[in-house]
Design a binder for this molecule. Sequence first.
Ligand SMILES: C[S@@+](CC[C@H](N)C(=O)[O-])C[C@H]1O[C@@H](n2cnc3c(N)ncnc32)[C@H](O)[C@@H]1O
Ligand code: SF4
Length: 385
Amino acid sequence: VPFCRRRCDYCAFATWTGREQLWGRYVAACVAEIDQGGAVAGYGRPVTSVFFGGGTPSLLPASLLAEILEAVSASAGLAPGAEVTVECNPETVTGPKLSAYQAAGVTRLSFGVQSMVPHVLASLGREHDPATVQRAAGLAGEAGFGGRYNVDLIFGAAGESLSDWEASLEGVLALCPPPAHVSAYALTVEAGTSLAKDASRHPSEDDQAAKYAMADSALSAAGLSWYEISNWARPGAECAHNQLYWSQGEYAGVGCAAHSHKIFSGSSDFSDFSGSSGSSDFAGSAGARAKRWLNVRSPERYCALVEAGKPVEAAGEVIGPDERAVEALMLSLRTRAGVPAAALPPEIYEEGLAALAGGRGVLTLRGRLLANEVSLRLATVPPSG
Ligand SMILES: C[S@@+](CC[C@H](N)C(=O)[O-])C[C@H]1O[C@@H](n2cnc3c(N)ncnc32)[C@H](O)[C@@H]1O
Ligand code: SF4
């Protein structure tokens, strides 16, 4: 859902402001992509999770999101117990909206909180204050979501002290009901953003490392364990949708700038894609080939293409078995599942960057701080080896 009320200084996501007149047309195009283009049904099985991401999905009337969910349900079907998440900006939620989500089959919310300290929120260019977050959490509880919501936090904004960050962590953990899931991201300077142009507001890596360690300690003490570098959850509340990405699962992207991934399952799948010989058939196995692609970026172009019955794919690539094996290790290294022990050289263990657990090498806290460097030292052994 590529719409926001205003653009935050740090954000480079594909999102636009002031496009209210496009909302209905855009949702109709998403439904058409699902119904007519087989975007979801083309995978040949029911979906196990749906994630309404943005932008700000909660800006749209709930009835429009429900239309998209109904189209998914009617085309491919929802697997029993499917996880359905909606990303919400705290200032956009109301009791009736959250109740309508519940009625439509939404099972989980994700709030873009970022901070619980007013001057840090202002520094990030956010519209809400901590009281708005407390109100949104309360409404989630009343609507029947309980703690089944995530909170996104960002650390490293200009002017954020260590005690400000501690206050944000405490503020989030004190929400009522408390969240079962927290994502804490180091502020990243993205090209083309207002933040990128102002070097005086760029984060310091050492400050962010200290804040990461604080987050891990506070969240763990509250019963939320890390399961991916930036994600902590109560047992059983891990996000199924994200876990699918990290385990190289298949996903169907619907809408502009959406990404898709399909594992090669036969000779006809990539007939439209140069460079693919289409000669093997290993769907779901470590030796498979896969295709990854993304849709056109702007909502206007996306709507025009769908309405004209034309493909919406902007670019794509086929990934061979060797590249997939390397990516499997890189993704798994970032999770608490770790990698086969032999995929990391002995010095990584000697330096305390990873520890052995059940034949797997799992990043330590220090290793998580240096995960990109550890990743460069991965040996390319098969992920199951
Ligand atoms: C695509 S945004 C959508 C969420 C929602 N619109 C919101 O902001 O409340 C998902 C999350 O990405 C994170 N994010 C976006 N840009 C970031 C950046 N430059 N550095 C770190 N985190 C970022 C924020 O925590 C945000 O909540
Ligand atoms: S962080 Fe969220 S609200 Fe801010 S511009 Fe990005 S998508 Fe929109």
